[in-house]
Design a protein around this ligand. Structure first.
Ligand SMILES: Cc1cc2nc3c(=O)[nH]c(=O)nc-3n(C[C@H](O)[C@H](O)[C@H](O)COP(=O)(O)O)c2cc1C
Length: 237
């Protein structure tokens, strides 16, 4: 693919075909993703790559946790106390539910409005919105789940490195006709991944990533987020 074409081919895919990704193709993508820059070449990240039954167990666990946390997410009275009591608070290393600074919140809201409009979901339709959000926990049906951990003692550089690597991985995948979606929502709970992988000490989960063949007929995959120009600081006069 030409570079311009490749940039357009990479977008956030939110519906995947059941078609598996062969181990050879998956290995090739992971191999290409290593060709990226990193802080002093430290590459302070670890990937947990799940397919097949292992991924199905992770998916099922995420869905169970998501459904159990309904009260917390809806801010129901006493839900927090109950969650503490039952040991069911999010097992996140980083707070994914933090408040956004106002100028960034405005961008999030604008994108959210466009996205839900594309899906035909009304603002007040809580059930439809929650059903859409729940699909994150299913990794949108992707046959490969990648969970990204960064070294806590090298933050923020390890997180920056992971981002650079993921950008390379996404383009490598797109070049092979694969789709990707970074799913930060998954980092709200790391226990489903801990049950399936030995994560080295000091590594914190920063995001999940879904990988697979895009379902070209799914309307959700026709959504394209706006890509405004990069924000440049004004030179001093
Ligand atoms: C680290 C990271 C985490 C993300 N988490 C989610 C997520 O949990 N759910 C989701 O639908 N999209 C998620 N996204 C996708 C972004 O919303 C998307 O990249 C952005 O809107 C731009 O759209 P594009 O990727 O199609 O260009 C995430 C993206 C990144 C980089």
């Amino acid at each position: 693919m030409e570079f311009e074409e490749l940039l357009q081919a990479r977008y956030s895919v939110r519906a995947f075909l059941e078609k598996p990704v062969s181990p050879e193709v998956l290995d090739a993508v992971l191999d290409e993703a290593r060709h990226c820059a990193s802080w002093s070449n430290t590459r302070g990240y670890v990937l947990a790559v799940a397919t097949g039954e292992r991924l199905e167990r992770i998916r099922a666990d995420y869905l169970r946790i998501w459904d159990e946390s309904l009260g917390l997410r809806r801010g129901q009275p006493l839900a927090f106390v109950k969650a503490v009591w039952r040991g069911k608070l999010p097992s996140a290393d980083f707070k994914t539910w933090r408040e956004y600074p106002p100028e960034l919140r405005a961008r999030q809201v604008a994108n959210g409005k466009r996205f839900y409009k594309h899906l035909g979901i009304e603002r007040g339709d809580r059930e439809a919105r929650e059903a859409q959000q729940r699909d994150n926990l299913k990794l949108f049906g992707a046959p490969v789940g990648i969970f990204v951990f960064v070294h806590q003692k090298m933050l923020p550089f390890s997180a920056q490195d992971a981002g650079v690597m993921l950008g390379t991985l996404m383009l490598s995948a797109a070049n092979r006709g694969l789709g990707t979606l970074a799913i930060g929502t998954l980092a709200t709970w790391r226990s489903p991944v801990d049950q399936e992988f030995e994560i080295p000490k000091d590594y914190a989960m920063i995001t999940g990533l879904a990988l697979g063949y895009p379902d070209a007929d799914a309307p959700i995959n026709a959504y394209r987020a706006e890509h405004p120009p990069l924000t440049l600081a004004r030179p001093r006069q």
